[in-house]
Write a protein that binds this ligand. Structure first.
Ligand code: SAM
Ligand code: DTB
Ligand code: SF4
Length: 336
């Protein structure tokens, strides 16, 4: 262990009060502390570039109030059936050529079902893994056997967000419970996959809810290896369409606190970057964010222009983080 890590131990016994205290300290002290935690565990000159692909878009039976892909809301999202493996692999190749070391496939499913569509995803995971990228999937709820199948196919991580605090959760989602999500996370963890789990800020929740989400994440049996922090993208037609924009400082405080309480995890500055200036993003990187999604689209909503991102990272002296950097994460099975 590096000496500086002793100041920021990886702990899963945080109390909510401790996290609240960190979150509420003066902003510049918070950022400074987060920057120290960041440097104890990560190379601050690196940011991971990740690429998202929506492999099955729209028509989802769930009622997540933020989501443009829920069938019950009338948004401009055009539904598409599951892409075929060749289309997925072509996208992954383009992402790799553009410098991404992680490829995340998202499906607008409530849950994984044992059918030909899942078989197709298994095939896609095998092929993208063989390209030497970290492969991540977000396919909704799954059981232990399904998680194991994904692991055997070479999946690196599974994304399943808790989204918000246990208290605020049912203001946002009614069709499945917080416990359902915790169960899926357990299946993912027990299969030996890396857990990617975070949430969304700016859905009308309070400071206490942002702290509550971080507390839940930081007291799971193991910290999620990856913690995406999304700012709500308020999409026309969803119940959160008119949600007032959260002041940037709240997003920044959430990122900084995540970095301090889960110091070894990747903290991902995820949705919402189109609303952030380069200066605001610099503060996020300073406060410990070490990954962004690059490419013109997230799943269905816009993301900053690729060339603008490249210019920004160059300006900040940040270079792309290679795949499979963590020594306790396995190398890919082929073409490493
Ligand atoms: N259907 C699967 C599920 O919900 O687990 C996977 C895809 S879902 C779109 C993945 C995550 O994207 C959600 O958990 C949510 O955190 C995030 N997300 C969806 N819509 C968003 C929005 N409008 N703004 C910010 N984040 C969003
Ligand atoms: C996550 O936490 N953020 C990404 C990824 N996991 C799958 C998705 C953001 C989606 C934003 C809304 C959209 O583009 O549809
Ligand atoms: Fe469906 Fe996922 Fe969107 Fe919820 S977040 S409506 S589960 S696609």
């Amino acid at each position: 262990m590096h000496e500086s890590q002793g100041h920021f131990p990886v702990r899963t016994n945080w109390t909510r009060e401790e996290i609240q205290y960190i979150f509420n300290q003066p902003l510049l002290s918070l950022i400074f502390q987060a920057a120290q935690a960041h440097r104890a565990y990560h190379d601050p000159s690196e940011v991971q570039m990740s690429t998202l692909l929506s492999v099955k878009t729209g028509g989802c039976p769930e009622d997540c109030s933020y989501c443009p892909q829920a069938a019950r809301y009338h948004t401009d999202v055009k539904g598409t059936p599951l892409l075929n493996v060749q289309e997925i692999v072509e996208s992954a190749l383009k992402a790799k050529e553009a410098g991404s070391s992680r490829f995340c496939m998202g499906a607008a499913w409530r849950e994984v079902k044992d059918n030909v569509h899942f078989d197709r995803m298994i095939d896609a995971v095998k092929q993208v893994n063989a390209m030497g990228m970290e492969v991540c999937c977000t396919l909704g709820m799954l059981n232990k056997e399904q998680a194991l199948r994904l692991k055997e196919a070479g999946l690196h991580s599974y994304n399943h967000n808790l989204d918000t605090s246990p208290e605020y959760y049912d203001k946002v989602i009614q069709t499945r419970t917080y416990q359902d999500r915790l169960d899926t996370l357990e299946h993912v963890r027990e299969a030996g996959l890396n857990v990617c789990c975070g949430g969304i800020v700016g859905m009308g929740e309070s400071d206490a809810d942002r702290v509550g989400l971080l507390h839940t994440l930081a007291t799971l049996p193991e910290h999620p290896q990856s913690v995406p922090v999304n700012a709500l993208v308020a999409v026309k037609g969803t119940p959160l369409e008119k949600q007032e924009k959260l002041p940037f400082w709240e997003m920044l405080k959430t990122i900084a606190t995540a970095r301090i309480v889960m110091p070894a995890s990747m903290v991902r500055l995820s949705a919402g970057r189109t609303e952030l200036s380069a200066a605001e993003q610099a503060l996020c990187f300073m406060a410990g964010a070490n990954s962004i999604f690059t490419g013109d689209k997230l799943l269905t909503t816009p993301n900053p222009d690729f060339n603008e991102d490249a210019t920004m990272l160059q300006l900040f002296g940040l270079k792309p983080r290679p795949a499979f950097k963590d020594q306790n994460q396995e190398a890919p099975m082929a073409n490493a």
